[in-house]
Design a protein around this ligand. Structure first.
Ligand code: ADP
Ligand code: TRP
Length: 321
């Protein structure tokens, strides 16, 4: 068993912008659970990032609490993983400012997420433009070695490495260059309409959906008539069962879409039920959950404060207590 000191550091965050779906889980969040024994794990609610699109006090507060319950529900163990709110570690925003003074506008204009946002909305806020630098600060301040993310976040981790390199070149070796961890086997999870599963398309199966919702949504999965295997049904099924486990079922029920959907609904229910139950257990202990977040924030403030003393010293920002 490696000791804490030997373990590499893992950092990742999730924005509190809506309920998670199985695409989020299999595309990114599953790694938080699978890797928590191998790394010193630090997972946070990216509420400051959410502020770029979510400007409603009630919703921000509710969603942030929900995300913590989601983390606990999928099996993140607070004994092994530090859970915290991004906003509870304010030094990170100071670091993001320092990075914004070292980064040129063209470097950030290349970001896919920025380009997509710009294509949809010309009146972008500055936070959306600066987004990758706050993310770089989230990752570099606690000295992350690895960053488990979904495919669409790889570029942000690349930008993070460039920022670390730029800082190190100017001020001397300070930051490690972190590596993204992406689940290679999972391409984009399709939604019930066959497009990418997404909160914004209302085509998703929620990670904590009730049995009746799961059944309804599975029945609504669009199937292309004419083929023996309904592709969208299989793609979702293959997330929770291996090709080997599915082989006989899909051979015996060739072309019988209704039977295959029934089988998928049953397997999804079996998969989601323990998540829902564990989440409900934590939901019944709000004080304990609050304590976990409070302790997580305190621990991260100490870690990041120490790092920032080094950063300030290197930059020439004289510190006063
Ligand atoms: P959404 O599109 O539902 O708003 P987000 O953009 O908040 O999802 O994504 C959060 C994380 O989940 C990202 O790391 C992303 O790569 C991953 N993710 C989202 N949708 C999918 C999907 N359909 N398939 C695989 N991964 C996904
Ligand atoms: N940008 C990430 C997303 O949209 C969320 C995020 C914010 C994050 N800061 C991070 C992920 C730091 C990993 C590390 O999914």
């Amino acid at each position: 068993m490696p000791t804490m000191a030997d373990k590499k550091i893992l950092v990742s965050g999730v924005k509190p912008t809506g309920r998670p779906h199985i695409g989020n889980y299999f595309g990114a969040m599953k790694q938080f659970v699978d890797l928590q024994d191998s790394y010193e794990s630090r997972i946070f609610v990216a509420n400051l990032h959410a502020l770029t699109t979510l400007q409603d006090k009630g919703e921000m507060e509710r969603n942030s609490k929900e995300v913590i319950l989601d983390f606990l529900g999928i099996g993140i163990d607070p004994e092994r993983t530090t859970l915290y709110y991004q906003s509870d570690v304010p030094h990170v925003t100071e670091l993001a400012w320092i990075f914004s003074c070292l980064t040129t506008m063209p470097e950030l204009m290349r970001a896919h997420a920025f380009k997509d946002a710009e294509a949809k909305n010309k009146d972008l806020n500055v936070g959306t433009f600066n987004y990758p630098l706050l993310m770089a600060a989230d990752i570099l301040a606690p000295d992350a070695d690895v960053v488990p993310v979904g495919k669409d976040q790889i570029q942000h981790v690349e930008i993070t490495r460039e920022v670390a390199r730029d800082f190190n070149n100017i001020f001397g070796e300070t930051f490690k260059e972190p590596q993204e961890l992406v689940i290679k086997t999972v391409e984009t999870v399709p939604g019930t309409d066959g497009q990418k599963m997404s909160k914004s398309y209302n085509n998703y199966i929620g990670l904590f959906d009730e049995d009746s919702e799961i059944k309804k949504k599975v029945m609504s999965i669009v199937t292309d008539s004419g083929s023996d295997t309904p592709e969208n049904v299989y793609a979702i099924h293959n997330l929770i069962k291996s090709a080997e486990e599915l082989k006989d079922l899909y051979a015996e029920r060739k072309g019988k879409y209704k039977d295959l959907k029934d089988a998928l609904a049953k397997d999804l229910i079996a998969f989601i039920t323990p998540f829902r139950e564990r989440r409900a257990e934590w939901e019944a202990k709000p004080d304990e959950v609050d304590q976990i977040i409070s302790e997580g924030g305190k621990k991260m403030r100490e870690i990041v404060h120490e790092k920032m003393m080094d950063v300030r010293n290197k930059v020439g920002l004289i510190h006063h207590e």
